[in-house]
Design a protein around this ligand. Structure first.
Ligand code: NDP
Length: 470
């Protein structure tokens, strides 16, 4: 039997799509799945690509079917399944073989596994793969992490299967250890925020302006022709336009308002707190996702306090106001995400390639958007500068923050929850306030804890005249 250039374990949604993509690009691939019957189903569904797929029914057969040194992709759920799969594979592998975890691993786990791999002598890469099932099938965005030489060994395959932006592959090595999974984590944090901003503007249209889903679809579709052009706005239009085959109602109207999550948004926020990088728009989005899950609490809250009117007076807001507010909110959210990437990179000894991160997100991934090309340009000019201060984005925000304020204020007045838009506004107003109110915080910290404070008119640490500290 001809040996395969690469193998993949885990023929679920992502693994099956990725395997077909690999086969389609001309590479022979061996596949294995815990539930072995799925291997046969997968093969019979593979059509003409089956000729480049080697089905295997045991780990031993799988390992033997691969060219040496072997390259093995794991596409199984993050966490214990990855450790269990590595433990099962390790005794069957040679020191030059390579395990590639392509799931949504917590980057701390990837750091640990990469260190363990050095001890065990079986190299390990952690790669973030974004784009959902369709991306995996036709071209995802790939964020690699681990030893550079190991990445280089498989880069030709990963680049061949990745999305392309103007011919450039969206597959990039981000750094050692968990760097790739960390970049994917922040990608997902930004994704949470992008989705929340869209959901909030949808809420203003639905509840504030009384617009039916089909009308919202038209608005999202028109926004997708302008500065907000992005995959998420595009699919917001599509899901808003869809009809429920069972009832004939707009699909959105019959979907429960309770959203799930797998943890990457939460990990982004946890890391932001660890390194002291403020990401309030992403925090608001993760909190909103948690509040969405608390459906019973929200129902009890509405019964106890009564629902706010939410309906806006005619002409209180225009659709142009909403679009402008989204633009400002989106810039704020990305500025925060890139700031977190820059700060955390330093913390873990990575020199994360900031412009390349924006570039690798331009195609294939869930947050792909027109704005990312401008962000890549701004980060190429100065990778350490907060995006908000790059001339292009400073100008964009200067022109749109008034609408963000108008939308946030109007929504607040009428009881429409817009936590991510409000957080974006709070971030903007904070970042342009040279004299903040932290002098009060410092005074109180000194009062109760004798922590001392700096003065505006003298060097060094000082204490107040309150005499309560100590
Ligand atoms: P699925 O649930 O569709 O598939 C999971 C696969 O892993 C199945 O093949 C399953 O085998 C196998 N598996 C589950 N548990 C174990 C185990 N303990 N040991 C060995 N194999 C196991 O998941 P997805 O394909 O959606 O996700 C896979 C990974 O990709 C996850 O880390 C996910 O977070 C990540 N990801 C998912 C995206 C998506 O849009 N779905 C996007 C980007 C990343 P069996 O058939 O036996 O159950």
């Amino acid at each position: 039997m001809e040996r395969s250039e690469i193998g993949l374990i885990g023929l679920g949604t992502m693994g099956a799509a990725l395997s077909l993509n690999i086969a389609e690009k001309g590479f022979r691939i061996s596949v294995f799945n815990r539930t072995v019957s799925k291997v046969d189903t997968f093969l019979s569904d593979s059509g003409p690509l089956a000729k480049r797929i080697s089905p295997t029914r045991s780990l031993e057969e799988f390992v033997t079917s691969l060219k040496v040194p072997r390259a093995i992709v794991l596409m199984v759920p993050a966490g214990d399944p990855v450790d269990a799969q590595i433990a099962a594979l390790r005794p069957l592998l040679d020191p030059d073989d390579l395990i590639i975890d392509a799931g949504n691993a917590n980057f701390h786990d990837t750091n640990r596994r990469a260190a363990q791999a050095v001890d065990d002598g079986v190299p390990y890469l952690g790669i973030g793969v974004s784009g959902g099932e369709d991306g995996a099938r036709h071209g995802p965005s790939i964020m690699g992490g681990g030893d550079r030489a190991h990445w280089d060994r498989v880069a030709h395959i990963l680049e061949a299967i990745s999305a392309r932006y103007e011919g450039q592959p969206c597959a990039t090595w981000m750094g050692e250890g968990g760097a790739g999974h960390f970049v994917k984590t922040v990608h997902n944090g930004i994704e949470y925020a992008d989705m929340q901003l869209i959901a909030e503007t949808y809420g203003v249209m639905r509840d504030g302006m009384g617009m039916p889903a089909a009308a919202c679809a038209d608005v999202f579709a028109s926004w997708n022709q302008g500065p907000l052009q992005s995959y998420l706005v595009e699919i917001a239009a599509e899901v808003s336009a869809a009809t429920d085959p069972a009832t004939g109602a707009p699909m959105l109207d019959v979907i429960l308002d309770r959203a799930g999550q797998k943890g990457t948004g939460r990990w982004t926020v946890i890391e932001s707190q660890q390194v002291g990088a403020p990401v309030p728009v992403i925090e608001a989005a993760v909190a909103a996702r948690n509040l969405s899950a608390a459906l019973e609490t929200r129902r009890a809250g509405e019964a106890l306090f009564g629902a706010a009117s939410r309906r806006l007076p005619d002409a209180a807001l225009s659709l142009d106001d909403l679009e402008a507010a989204m633009i400002a909110g989106k810039v704020m959210c990305y500025a925060q995400g890139f700031d977190l990437l820059a700060r955390t990179g330093t913390q873990y000894g990575w020199t994360l390639p900031m412009p390349e991160i924006a570039e690798v997100w331009r195609e294939g991934c869930i947050i792909r958007s027109a704005m990312l090309n401008d962000m890549a340009g701004a980060l190429r000019t100065d990778p350490d500068r907060n995006l908000l201060f790059a001339p292009y984005f400073a100008d964009l925000v200067s022109r749109h923050h008034t609408a963000l304020r108008k939308v946030a204020a109007t929504a607040a007045t009428h009881g429409l929850p817009v936590p991510a838009l409000s957080a974006a506004l709070g971030y903007f107003d904070s970042i342009r306030t040279a004299r903040s109110t932290a002098n009060m915080i410092q005074a109180q910290r000194d009062f109760f804890g004798a922590h001392g404070f700096e003065r505006i008119d003298a060097e060094g640490q000082h204490h107040g005249p309150w005499g309560g500290g100590g």
